[in-house]
Design a binder for this molecule. Structure first.
Ligand code: VPM
Length: 513
């Protein structure tokens, strides 16, 4: 017996076994403000959609421009398995433009709601039915497949909508598409509408749902449960306003939760999403389901612990199913397990004390609201590994002031504990780092005479709050040399730490002699 049977109750629903996926990334997706794809980009996306196994690709709108017609021809010439569909109004010119491109699949539409009839089209109910029917008859005379949309169908009187669709069936259409043009459906009304249409119509039903209330995928699933045979989607859910139903969310849910085999290679989804996001410039939020950067990322100690034992504890599906990767992120919630796993991944070995130091530093940065990248962690760990065990010289306090012009010089006051004794001095320098290093040199003079041989600084990740990694080489009067390294958020602190780190190593070398 199932522990908790949440499987879709197949007996309750009319689930079409052959749900088809119609992708309109290149048409409705491209209609989103700010997106304009070149022919080359359209070709590449079409190719990728075909590799995935999409049934129909709505490539664009031939009547719109010469460029659109050129794209149609080039995409048609690729000889893809998918149907290549073009959009057309119920106008002879639009249909001719589509036929000129040798397309054999047409998606045609006209508004049917009172809003569209009275304000946009200024046509009567009868005129609309006539226009739709004659356009379909004209297209069918040319032997192409016709999918018909009653635009704004979800705000159209149901009896009139049924009349329109019946007339369209009589005119010879092949598929009825139901657009929720402004995304006003909720699951209950989606079920009601599609069940009603299913009872009245004999052609296969397709849905084209917008995402204004964030329900496009949910409403599409309910429509499919109610007998719809096809869903329109876009990659990343891009489209006008809140977008369309998202390809990746719908396909993965149908496969995993509904157990429907759509013949779609879901392992290509992440790559496709990434490609579309780059060429359209529409970035996905990290929490975008399925394809977002955090879709398979774990940070909290409790979650990471679970995931390291068995990823299914905190993942509904394996990232491999969609071509994504699992990430263990480091930050405030990081637990010791995650950190150990990360260090093992980089083959960095350390003892318990060193590990605790790294752990404290990661937690400290996390508490300040930072996320720690892999590069940050490596730098921190290597710094800790390079620290002398017994430190003869320790920093007690530091204060610097920067300055410019002739009136003030950059000054640093440094307080060190040297072999158990506190010492303090102030020095000036060309800048605060130089001033601090001069002060250190002065303070340790009685113990060792330090020269700075090399100094490198690097910001590990971008931003003014990036971790700074400072690398130094110092030498003493006996020409003993030692490297020093430190990774801190503060450039001056990192410089001071790196120098003290190398001085302590020199003192160790001296003692060992
Ligand atoms: C053509 C139709 C399905 C449409 O995409 C029309 C559109 O807004 O372009 C819609 O969402 O209603």
């Amino acid at each position: 017996m199932e522990i908790n049977d949440l499987k879709i109750p197949k007996s309750d629903i009319t689930l079409s076994k052959k749900v088809k996926i119609f992708d309109t990334t290149l048409r409705d997706g491209e209609q989103a403000p700010g997106i304009a794809l070149t022919t080359d980009e359209k070709i590449q996306i079409a190719q990728k959609l075909d590799n995935l196994g999409i049934n129909t690709i709505e490539y664009g709108f031939p009547a719109v421009s010469e460029g659109e017609r050129k794209s149609a021809k080039l995409i048609n010439d690729l000889g893809l398995n998918a149907n290549i569909c073009g959009l057309a109004r119920v106008l002879k010119n639009d249909i001719d433009a589509l036929l000129d491109c040798d397309l054999s699949y047409m998606h045609t539409f006209i508004g049917t709601s009172p809003l569209h009839r009275d304000f946009k089209l200024k046509m009567s109910k009868e005129e609309i039915v006539d226009k739709a029917s004659s356009a379909i008859e004209y297209a069918k005379d040319h032997g192409i497949t016709v999918e018909f949309s009653a635009e704004d169908s979800t705000r159209t009187e149901l009896d009139y909508l049924i009349d329109v669709y019946k007339a369209v069936e009589d005119a010879g259409a092949d598929l009825i598409n139901v657009p929720d043009t402004v995304g006003v459906l909720v699951p209950t009304t989606s079920r009601k509408l599609i069940s009603n249409l299913k009872n009245e119509l004999s052609l296969p039903i397709s849905v084209h749902f917008h995402n204004d209330f964030g329900l496009a995928v949910a409403n599409s699933l309910v429509a499919i449960e109610s007998g719809a045979e096809q869903a329109h989607v876009t990659v990343n859910g891009i489209g006008e306003r809140g977008g369309n139903a998202s390809l990746e969310e719908l396909v993965v849910t149908l496969k995993v939760a509904y157990g429907l085999d759509l013949d779609i290679d879901t392992t290509q989804l992440y790559n496709l999403s990434d490609f579309v996001s780059r060429v359209t410039g529409i970035k996905m939020p990290p929490n975008k389901p399925i394809v977002g950067e955090n879709a398979f990322a774990h940070e909290s100690g409790i979650h990471v612990h679970g995931v390291l034992e068995n990823a299914a504890t905190y993942e509904p599906i394996a990232p491999e199913l969609v071509g994504h990767t699992r990430k263990i992120a480091l930050g405030k919630h990081t637990g010791a397990n995650a950190l150990k796993a990360k260090l093992a991944e980089y083959d960095i070995k350390m003892d318990e004390e060193q590990f605790c130091t790294v752990y404290d530093q990661v937690k400290g940065l996390g508490d300040k609201g930072k996320s720690i990248t892999d590069a940050d962690l490596k730098a921190i760990a290597i710094t800790v590994l390079g620290k002398a065990k017994e430190e003869a010289v320790k920093l007690i306090g530091l204060s610097v002031s920067s300055g410019s012009g002739k009136t003030v010089s950059p000054t640093a006051t440094v307080k060190l504990m040297i072999n158990g004794k506190e010492k303090e001095t102030s020095s000036i320098g060309v800048g605060p780092v130089d001033a601090a290093l001069n002060a250190i040199q002065t303070l340790v003079k009685g113990t060792t005479n330090i020269q700075l041989e090399e100094y490198h600084i690097e910001a590990i990740t971008g931003g003014t709050d990036a971790l700074a990694e400072v690398f130094v080489i110092t030498s003493d009067e006996e020409n003993n040399k030692a490297t020093g390294r430190a990774t801190r958020e503060d450039v001056i602190m990192a410089s001071v730490d790196a120098v003290l780190n190398s001085i302590n190593k020199i003192l160790m070398i001296k003692e060992a002699k």
